[in-house]
Design a protein around this ligand. Sequence first.
Ligand code: ATP
Length: 361
Amino acid sequence: MSKTYRLGVLDGDGIGPEIVPASVEIATAAAEASGVSLDWLPLPLGADAINTHGTPVPDETKKTLAELDGWYLGPHDSVSYPEPHKSALNPSGTLRKHFQLFANIRPAKSFPGAKAVCDKADLVIVRENTEGFYADRNTFAGTGEFMPTENTAIMMGIITREATERVARVAFELARSRRKKLTIVHKANVLKLTTGLFKSVCLEVAKEYPDVAVDDFHIDAMTVHLVRRAQDFDVIVTENMFGDILSDLAGEISGSLGTAPSINASADRAMAQASHGSAPDIAGQNIANPVAMILSGAMLFEWLSARHDDPALAQVARIVEAGVTATIKSGVSTRDLGGSASTSEFTEAVVKAIGDDAGRN
Ligand code: ATP
């Protein structure tokens, strides 16, 4: 009998309870079409969990996630949490740190038929996720940000050989499976020791991948290159903060932030998480674009396929992607992409496209 994959469902805040169930519905349809058995487990997280469990990431959520094959994480609106939760490490940071999900993989790909600044972009940003200049997660205990006086704030950035090497390997492996081009992004002319170490360790790892062409740019120059010629880039590897900013830019120029997916992975665990936030300005209106979350789920199935050596899971990913592409191409999209479909109308259209495709095969 084939394995039943167990996946967690964490709706999160804002538009999360709209886009996460939509993504689960679409993945369920694709799994049925591929003969894959899935067991979805809803778990408490975010503002609702503060009300029911007194914390945005309850221990039972972490304990259950540790036993699952992967999970869908909706966005969180942690700036609206009451103290002390508002000042604490946010839910996605907590899960990334707890499970050491060191690689944040964020593709930016234009969709045929959707408006975009660059309609030929097809790149992936691999962002180091555990250290760098994000002071909320770069220390074992406490944070790397502190105020010695009321008017002085100090921030600490950390780059280590170990974390750089492991994320560089993920990026080179990915480049090897794609167009065999990798760009290292840093600021080694100013942050000489920290991002200089990041650059030199990536270049050392490059020697293990002679088939991958490598170049590198300073982060500021890279923003210009991305806007001018995003189509020339394949895999980009960078530290935490540069990767966070660069991936929002890449997501927006290749379509909309609402289409930018991502996964956070370690060697043995992965979490699907859209690149965008909880969009409180449009929450509860059934107008959010679910594509980023749907495609984050597809990335998780692709990752699970490689991990379990199960081609049926890669088939789920392909069916989900094809359903989304066909739906947008047919003129059905949410308003951020220039269309007029609601979240639920778009979701229904993708489920129908998957059903029609399964009927033809
Ligand atoms: P965070 O700091 O949590 O990443 P943010 O402050 O960067 O969040 P978002 O919540 O990502 O902001 O929203 C930025 C803008 O993009 C908002 O105007 C929001 O409505 C829009 N947006 C984000 N996600 C979507 C989506 N899925 N569909 C449509 N619009 C979206």
